[in-house]
Design a protein around this ligand. Structure first.
Ligand code: HXC
Ligand code: NAP
Length: 293
């Protein structure tokens, strides 16, 4: 099975101008690369301009597409407005906003300062809100339709999770915003959807979620029924579909791509997989004996 196979036909995103926040690294970079291959023009934004410039140059050369770097801290509304204006100056229009930028690290919540908690909320929730508000209002003001906001959340947006409480709180807010605006702003020709990825190894996430030798001690694959991590192309395929016109009737949805990870943690009797195959005859006999008695 080739998990790296590319899904959409050539030119599927031709004519789409896309903003990817946090597009200089990790999953944002992987999605940007595929969007460019499919013919979109992409503005990648984050705080680190040097990193963005390097990524934009690499991806433009690799794909032959148009990728521009724009520095922007999504926590600052004025910077988001300026980023929007620069994108419009370069591309003329914006068709898609992909809210992918995030901050996160593991910590017992009682060890967090108020500022540490705020920092994550500000990047994830306020940042997604800032970009959505600035670009959404622009679309409304200019009567520009057939637009898409795609938000990257996580499965703990609805389950919650210990030790990443600010991130879980913020992602839950982003998911609520996705579903709320899918209804309220549909009349302006906008669609809102979200992707909830399971574990897709990236340097940014692994350095902060599995620091030091935790990488060797904790095998996240064991939590995944499919017993493997996601390939970046698998996520890029789903994102490309959701920003394309092929998904025109998908609105207000969150699509999980996690190999079944969150459900494995949720099912009450899932732990019975630890029972050896040979023991099931005996267990069945016990159960049948009770019925007969
Ligand atoms: C406790 C910490 C801390 C830690 C920082 N702080 N790291 N507190 N434990 N490990 C505190 C600081 O002391 C400070 O509080 C406050 O947090 C802000 O820290 P700064 O370093 O000043 O913030 P900043 O430079 O803005 O950096 C933000 C960051 C950093 C989130 C801390 O890690 C970052 O830039 N991250 C961006 C990329 C990222 O996080 N990628 C992973 C996404 S993974 P005080 O009180 O001292 O001022 C993801 C996956 C989800 O989301 C699901 C996976 C399955
Ligand atoms: P990553 O490479 O660390 O990506 C995070 C990006 O956000 C970086 O490019 C970073 O760039 C940018 N960013 C951080 N703070 C910012 C700010 N204030 N303003 C603008 N940009 C900012 O990690 P990743 O794994 O690819 O994560 C991408 C997305 O996937 C996130 O939303 C994450 O929550 C989600 N996710 C990942 C996984 C996974 O397994 N990897 C699982 C579930 C969900 P700068 O540092 O240059 O600003």
């Amino acid at each position: 099975m080739n998990y790296k196979a590319k899904m959409l036909r050539d030119g599927a995103l031709k004519g789409k101008n896309i903003i990817v926040t946090g597009g200089g690294s990790g999953l944002g970079k992987a999605m940007t690369e595929y969007f460019l291959e499919l013919g979109a023009q992409v503005a990648i934004t984050s705080r680190n301009l040097e990193k963005l410039q390097k990524t934009a140059a690499t991806l433009s050369e690799k794909t032959g597409g148009v990728c521009i770097p724009i520095q922007c801290d999504v926590r600052e509304y004025e910077q988001v407005e300026a980023m929007k204006d620069k994108t419009l100056k370069a591309f003329g229009t914006i068709d898609v906003l992909l809210n992918n930028a995030a901050g996160n690290f593991i910590s017992p919540t009682e060890r967090l300062s108020a500022n540490a908690f705020d920092t994550i909320i500000d990047i994830v929730l306020k940042g997604s809100k800032n970009c959505t508000l600035a670009i959404g209002k622009h679309w409304i003001d200019t009567n520009y339709k057939n637009t898409v906001v795609l938000n990257i959340v996580t499965t703990y947006a609805w389950t919650g999770s210990a030790y990443v409480v600010p991130s879980a709180t913020a992602k839950a807010g982003v998911l609520a915003m996705t579903r709320s605006l899918a209804v309220e702003w549909a009349k302006y020709g906008m669609r809102f959807n979200a992707i909830a990825p399971g574990p897709f190894p990236t340097k940014g996430a692994w350095d902060r979620l599995l620091p030091g030798d935790l990488k060797e001690k904790i095998d996240l694959k064991k939590q995944v029924p499919l017993e493997r991590f996601g390939e970046h192309q698998e996520l890029a395929n789903l994102a490309a579909y959701l920003v394309s016109d092929f998904s025109s009737y998908v609105n207000g949805e969150v699509i999980t791509i996690d190999g079944g990870e969150w459900l494995k943690g949720a099912g009450q009797f899932n732990l019975l997989e630890q029972i050896p195959e040979a023991m099931w005859d005996q267990l069945e006999a016990f159960i049948r004996a009770k019925k007969e008695g």
